[in-house]
Write a protein that binds this ligand. Structure first.
Ligand code: TXA
Ligand code: MG
Length: 355
């Protein structure tokens, strides 16, 4: 058990961290459950990123999430469940497509937007919408916590709003120490980017946020899915996934996307050096030769899944440097690569180097 206290100016509480080892963890789970029931915030690992959990039925508890993260309150939260059966209690209407997808992909990185059952969720979970995002995470720590609690847990990513999402307990503490009660440390997360958000309340199911579960995986089971970049953008305009309209995943220095070509990157770096600018590079292992001042490897070339796992940690590392600018290597825009490019585009505000 370790304690942190946050920045001097605004120490509000001591944040306790429990490192889970698989033995003697009972007391940590009991403590986490008790804190959640008391309306406190508990961060926990999922297979995608760390979540910042609050009891989803308590308005007072859920409001603490927005405060700790500095998150705009018109951005609804995903409610996490420990079993698929609970969905029958939490959603007003569960179409057959939802049942098929829960069977196929839960527990897993797929959030389903359904009509919410009235009176279940604290108003701040849904941010005033009549729908709710539900997901059962595929992580032993998250599942044990949710099942022991037996209630839904609202949990956005456990980072300061705007920063890259946390893929380790260290990242959570870096952003939120002093602002939350407890961190369950279950090591690094696997997938590394947030779940696919699928709207099942629209006429054609629409991917509002791409993730590891792709349109190509969904369509054989439920027919046509709108997986276009426009569907996600429509979520911005509508806003059906209001979260997509804010700055996201951004380190301090400006990010520019660049083609994953060592020669091209070396040329860019040389040019920037001639202007006296210092460069951090986030790219697959092997791109060290490009000559950037700082190199943070993210995955392997041609393997977007491995890039996904490392991307946020690498972007966060850039904040430990004095770089004037960050170059981030693109991946192919299909499969989980689409989700990686979605996050890179948001991190870079759509900017490509030299364009
Ligand atoms: O992988 C994940 O999904 C992580 C882990 C912790 O489970 N959670 C996560 O939650 O990313 P959050 O709150 O950061 O992202 C929720 C996304 C946002 O884009 C939000 O706008 C959208 O889902 N969303 C939530 N409820 C919605 C609703 N009722 N209608 C439309 N979009 C919704
Ligand atoms: Mg987030």
């Amino acid at each position: 058990m370790a304690g942190w206290s946050g920045g001097k100016e605004e120490i509000e509480m001591e944040t306790e961290k429990a490192v889970l080892t698989g033995r003697g963890d009972e007391e940590h789970f009991e403590r986490a459950v008790r804190l959640l029931l008391e309306g406190e915030l508990v961060a926990f690992p999922t297979e995608t990123v760390y979540g910042l959990g609050a009891l989803a039925t308590s308005e007072e508890a859920v409001r603490k999430i927005y405060k700790a993260k500095g998150r705009p309150s018109d951005n609804p939260l995903i409610a996490h469940v420990g079993t698929a059966e609970e969905v029958m209690k939490y959603a007003a209407d569960v179409p057959n497509s939802a049942k098929v997808l829960m069977d196929a992909f839960w527990p897993g990185p797929l959030t389903l937007i359904l009509k919410a059952a009235p009176g279940v969720f604290a108003p701040s979970v849904t941010a005033g919408l009549d729908t709710v995002g539900l997901r059962m995470p595929d992580h032993p720590v998250a599942l044990r916590l949710l099942r022991q609690l037996g209630r839904p847990v609202a949990a956005p990513s456990a980072n300061t709003s705007g920063k890259p999402s946390p893929t380790s307990a260290y990242h959570v503490a870096a952003d939120l120490a002093g602002k939350i009660s407890y961190i369950l440390d279950g090591g690094r997360t696997g997938i590394g980017i947030e779940s696919t958000v699928l709207d099942l309340t629209s006429e054609v199911p629409a991917i509002l946020r791409p993730g590891a579960v792709t349109a190509g995986m969904l369509e054989p089971l439920i027919g046509p899915v709108n997986g276009s970049a426009e569907a996600a953008e429509a979520g911005v305009a509508a806003p059906r996934a209001p979260g997509m309209k804010y700055t996201h995943y951004s380190p301090e220095a400006p990010v520019f996307i660049i083609r994953p070509d060592v020669g091209e990157i070396r040329e860019a770096v040389d040019g920037l050096h001639r202007e006296g600018r210092r460069v951090a590079l986030v790219a697959p292992a092997g791109f060290k030769e490009a000559g950037a001042d700082w190199f943070f490897p993210a995955g392997k070339a041609g393997d977007p899944e491995s890039v996904s796992a490392d991307l946020y940690a690498a972007l966060r590392e850039c904040d430990t440097t004095d770089a004037d600018l960050i170059l981030a290597a693109a991946v192919e825009d299909h499969g989980i690569g689409r989700a990686v490019m979605n996050r890179l585009n948001k991190s870079a505000g759509g900017k490509w180097f030299g364009k």
